[in-house]
Structure formats: C-alpha cells, structure tokens
Design a protein around this ligand. Structure first.
Ligand SMILES: Cc1ncc(COP(=O)(O)O)c(C=O)c1O
Length: 380
C-alpha cells in the first residue's frame, strides 16, 4: 500500500471535463490524455492557499519555480540547466507551435515522426511550413532512412521529436537519440523536443533529454517539459521550455511575446508544489500505472487474439493494432458502437495509424478491467 488511493474514481462528468462528456453516458471514455486520478494533495493545498489570498494578478519571474525545475532536471536526468535557459509558458502545444515559428525559415520543412500526437501533425501547417513525415518502424523505432530523407527536404527547418512517444509509449534509447540528433545537426535542422511524458517511465528506465547528448545538440534544441501529465494538472496551462542557446532563446522569446508569454498563475503554483512535494505520489503512481500496463498486456494477449500491442515503456497510453480484426477499417468507431468504449482513432495520428486505436490506461484498475471486459465481449 502506497498510502495514495488510485482506486477511487472521481465523478468527472459534472466537472466540465472533456474526457467524460464527449461520448454517450454508457460509453466508457479511455481516450484523451489526462488521468482519472485526483492530483497530489500538496498540489491541491498549494492551489487552495493561492486562491485564499484572493488576488490573482500577474506573477513575477518565479524564481522558486525555476529553482524547482533546475533541481528536478538535475535529480531526475542529471541535467544542469541554467536558470536563464528556462522560459515559462502556457502549454507544450503552444510551445512547439511557437518553437517552429522561432526556429524555421519561412516555407521551411518540419519533420514529424508518424504516427504521432495529432497537434504535431498540424503544427507545421499552422505556419504555412511544409510537413515532412518520417514514419517509425512497426516496432516504434525511428526509421533512420525515412528520417534522413525527410531531413534532406527540410532546409532550415525543424524536427519535432516526441520522446517518450505518444501514441506508442516508446522511450527512445540513447543510441537512437544520438543517431537522430546527429542526422538533424548534419541537415542543419533544429530539434524541438516534446518531453511532456518523460516522468512516467516504466521498468526503472531513466529519461534522457535529447539536449543532454552534447553541447552541440543542446545549442540546436528547444526542449518542452511540463508537470501537466505526470501530476494530472493538464488543465492548468503551465509548462516550461529549456533553450540553452541565447540566440535561439531570443527568437523563441520574440515568437511567444504577446501570444503565450505568461502561464496561468495557478498552474505555476501547482507546478512548483508538484516538483517540490509530489515525488512520493509520482513514484506510487508509477507503480500503479505499471501494474495497469501489465494487466492490459496480459488481457489483450488472452482476450483479443490477433490484436498487437507493444508494451508501452512509458506514458499511460497504449497503441493497439486492430488490423487483423474485422473492425480494421475504423476500430475506434466499431469499438464505440459495439463495445461502448471511447478510444482515440488511430488515423488521427497520421497515415500509419490506420487500423489502430490509442487507449488511455491512466485510470483506476476497475475502470481498466471494465473497459477490457467490454472489449472481450464485443470481439468474443
Ligand atoms: C506529446 C504531447 N505533447 C503535448 C501535449 C499537451 O500539452 P499541453 O496541454 O501542455 O499543451 C500532450 C497531451 O496529450 C501530449 O501527449
């Protein structure tokens, strides 16, 4: 027993949340990437204390939060970050959109890994840049030939790295990251690294920020991190970018000015509390999520023959391949209609996502079991 109750299911439907209101009431929602857990008590207490103050104006430069981020990066990833390299902003999605604006020449190419988190597919087009797809292999490693081919077309552009990877849950190994980074540097392409899921790694893995590979990689990178997924505070709109190179940082600052240059004050308070006091909760959560992951693997193997699932190495997301099943044309629609479970359609994640679904196992075990029971009955 960890002393934390991840088995309790809060009633989220009346809380105005997206996850529990998208589908009909009898559909079990296991889609969008937030978890069905109350966030850690010290985080809630910090928010309550800040609200009790009564005045919610603009914040100052958040020195204690910057120090908490520095301590977190050093302790978890062995990464010594200069305080001035940290920029606070309202979200990772605005972060990678504005990073593209800062890093790319007009009309440049932006390389994305596919399948990938849908806002990453859209981001290049938001700025009239060319999107260049570099598909992953079926084992969710980076296809390096595809990457080099795409980078050759990117000319003054950027590579959007998603590590840990959404939707596959893959955690890229040091040598893979090194090969990816080397290819980007050789092509003169900036690495925009979305590492939002990096504090939820299983089986004792340790996260490697791509910027820690070498000073040259650091100088050509924008890393985006957040407490949003790890501590389930995604709705509070606060995250941070780490940009070691002063020139790139100045361009990013110009891109975010007047658009996204300050984060939500309660999000900043929550982030500081989470990084400072949330570690016991995070460690207990990891155990719980890993047991959910293992249950999912076992039940898919037993109950859903023909469905392929590569064990997620991090995140609370699983990428299920239904191409061998009758539901293959649009498994999410089929599953919603017949199993009454709401999953993300794989095709939203780019062309290789056809025939797949993404399932969110960041929920009480009873919810996960219920979802799996429904799938077994529908396919049985
Ligand atoms: C890879 C990835 N990046 C970014 C986000 C969202 O980040 P934010 O809410 O900070 O904009 C998500 C949420 O699902 C995600 O999976």
């Amino acid at each position: 027993m960890s002393g934390f109750d991840f088995d309790a299911l809060p009633d989220r439907r009346a809380s105005g949340c997206n996850k529990w209101n998208r589908y009909a009431a009898d559909v079990l929602p296991m889609w969008v990437a937030d978890m069905d857990f109350a966030c850690p008590t010290p985080v809630l207490e910090a928010i309550q204390a800040r609200v009790a103050h009564g005045v919610l104006g603009y914040g100052v430069n958040q020195a204690p939060l910057r120090a908490a981020i520095q301590a977190w990066c050093e302790r978890l990833y062995g990464w010594r970050v200069e305080a001035e390299a940290i920029l606070l902003l309202p979200g990772v999605v605005p972060g990678f959109n504005l990073a593209i604006r800062a890093a790319c020449a007009p009309g440049a190419g932006v390389v994305v890994q596919t399948p990938v988190y849908p806002p990453m597919l859209k981001a290049p087009l938001n700025w009239d840049m060319r999107r260049l797809d570099a598909p992953l292999t079926p084992d969710a490693t980076q296809d390096m030939d595809a990457l080099r081919g795409a980078l050759a077309e990117a000319r003054g552009g950027a590579f959007l790295l998603c590590n840990p990877h959404n939707p596959t849950g893959r955690v890229f190994r040091r040598e893979e990251l090194a090969a990816i980074a080397e290819a980007c540097l050789a092509a003169g392409v900036t690495i925009i690294s979305d590492e939002i899921h990096c504090d939820l790694l299983f089986d004792g893995r340790r996260h490697i920020p791509v910027a820690t590979l070498s000073p040259e990689v650091a100088a050509r990178s924008i890393t985006l991190m957040s407490a949003g997924k790890t501590f389930n505070i995604a709705g509070l709109n606060a995250c941070w970018a780490i940009i070691p190179d002063a020139g790139l940082r100045a361009r990013f600052q110009r891109a975010i000015a007047s658009v996204a240059d300050h984060a939500n004050i309660l999000g900043l308070v929550a982030t500081e509390a989470a990084l400072t006091h949330g570690e016991p909760w995070r460690l207990a959560l990891l155990d719980y999520l890993q047991a959910n992951r293992d249950l999912l693997l076992r039940r898919v193997a037993e109950d859903l023959p023909g469905v392929r699932l590569r064990a997620p190495e991090g995140t609370f997301l699983a990428w299920l391949d239904f191409r061998a099943k009758p539901a293959a044309a649009d498994p999410a629609a089929w599953i919603e209609a017949r199993a009454r479970v709401g999953l993300n359609p794989g095709q939203d994640f780019g062309p290789p996502g056809a025939g797949h679904v993404r399932l969110n196992f960041g929920c009480p075990r009873a919810t996960l079991s219920e979802g799996l029971d429904r799938l077994r009955r529908a396919f049985g």
